[in-house]
Design a protein around this ligand. Structure first.
Ligand SMILES: [Zn+2]
Length: 273
């Protein structure tokens, strides 16, 4: 599933490729890809609209439109966007086609069909529950301490909770906890302020470095130019179970935490500090 860095890279690519484009007409090939409104209102509402700006919030892509409304996309497992000349015939996984006035088509592609598009008057209709952006100035070590303090749950599921911190998913939660030397099952409230500071820095570093390396491609992820990312070669623990820790050589372990595969080094991330 694309997380913050992958969605950020896609949104930046779309801003470059189709920012300022005009949507002439929309063809919905798989109606359930459109979460709201009904398909006829969706296509009618987008026809003739200028795309003013494309950006990211959490794991959502936001297309600001010239009438003040907003097209939102959540890619879930396998969603993605790509841009082609109109002469390119769409393949079987193209779910929605946005015909642009300049003769290009923007495809919404989704192999497993879990992704959703929303056309709304205000992004807040969909995004109002999202937590703090981890790369924003508001996400300070004190803010993270506020999020973790008094919570009896393990630290890892809290990092995945989009209502607390927006955009962090399984890959970057595991990588940030490794970098900070914190076991994923440590109780959030038990972390020292020094550990919280280390985790705060680690979250920002792993996300920013992944953006700099154009995201992590495990299977389907491609950026808006159709390119794979390179961050998968830089992962320290995620899906490296049985392989030696790059820091100490101990085999990386995999456990299940809150139904999510969780990867850590038992030496670098002790269960008890
Ligand atoms: Zn280690």
């Amino acid at each position: 599933m694309p997380e913050l860095p992958e969605v950020e890279v896609i949104a930046q690519g779309l801003q470059r490729l189709i920012g300022q484009s005009i949507i002439q007409q929309v063809e919905v090939l798989w109606p359930r890809s459109v979460a709201c409104p009904e398909v006829p209102a969706f296509t009618h509402g987008l026809a003739g609209r200028h795309v003013m700006d494309v950006r990211r919030r959490g794991k959502f892509i936001l297309f600001a439109l010239d009438d003040g409304r907003c097209l939102l996309a959540h890619l879930r497992m396998t969603g993605g966007f790509c841009v082609f000349p109109r002469t390119t015939p769409p393949h079987a996984y193209v779910r929605v086609i946005f015909h642009l006035a300049d003769g290009r088509d923007l495809w919404y592609v989704d192999v497993r069909k879990f992704g959703r598009l929303y056309l709304v008057d205000s992004p807040d209709e969909i995004l109002h529950e999202l937590g703090v952006e981890p790369l924003s100035a508001e996400f300070t070590a004190e803010r993270l301490a506020d999020i973790l303090r008094r919570r009896k749950r393990a630290v890892k599921p809290l990092l995945l909770d989009q209502r607390l911190i927006a955009g962090v998913g399984n890959i970057y939660a595991d990588e940030a906890l490794f970098r900070a030397g914190i076991h994923p099952l440590r109780r959030a409230a038990d972390l020292t302020m020094e550990e919280v500071r280390g985790l705060h820095a680690a979250i920002r570093e792993v996300l920013q470095e992944a953006i700099d390396h154009r995201g992590t491609t495990l299977r389907n992820y491609r950026d808006a130019d159709g390119e794979t990312g390179e961050n998968q070669f830089r992962l320290n623990v995620y899906r490296r179970q049985g392989e030696p820790c790059r820091r100490c050589g101990t085999p990386i372990e995999r456990i299940v935490v809150g139904q999510r595969g969780t990867h850590f080094c038992p030496h670098c991330q002790p269960a008890r500090p």
